[in-house]
Design a protein. Structure first.
Length: 120
């Protein structure tokens, strides 16, 4: 991998470059404007015509499509229920055995602070 700011093109194998060029060539096509439709322009022109006719456009007449909202807690609970039903019949498992704590060294005396920095 090259360093930041250095050209790494010389490190790419020629076979990969040829494959990338072939892929890009397969995507190349002449632009055909008639394949696309400007919905925004149509909506603005319809709004202008509505106002020109003396009518008030209905607020929120267009339907907004909202993304589906996923309740993560419900999804998690359903997933856990499915695992329990498929695996061990819904029984709770007993907790894992606790590990013993490492033996602690007895506390020694703390070194005394020097008084040379303290003023009286």
């Amino acid at each position: 991998m090259g360093e930041y700011g250095h050209d790494t093109a010389s490190e790419v194998p020629a076979q990969e470059v040829a494959l990338a060029e072939k892929f890009m060539e397969s995507l190349r096509a002449p632009f055909q404007a008639e394949q696309f439709q400007d919905n925004y322009k149509e909506q603005v022109l319809a709004l202008i015509e509505t106002k020109r006719a003396g009518m008030t456009p209905a607020p929120g007449a267009e339907k907004r499509r909202l993304a589906p909202v996923v309740d993560l807690m419900s999804a998690l609970k359903a997933s856990l229920d499915a695992v329990r039903a498929a695996g061990d019949g819904g029984e709770k498992r007993k907790p894992a055995a606790k590990k013993k704590a490492a033996a602690k060294k007895p506390a020694g005396k703390a070194p005394k602070a020097s008084r040379s920095t303290a003023k009286r």
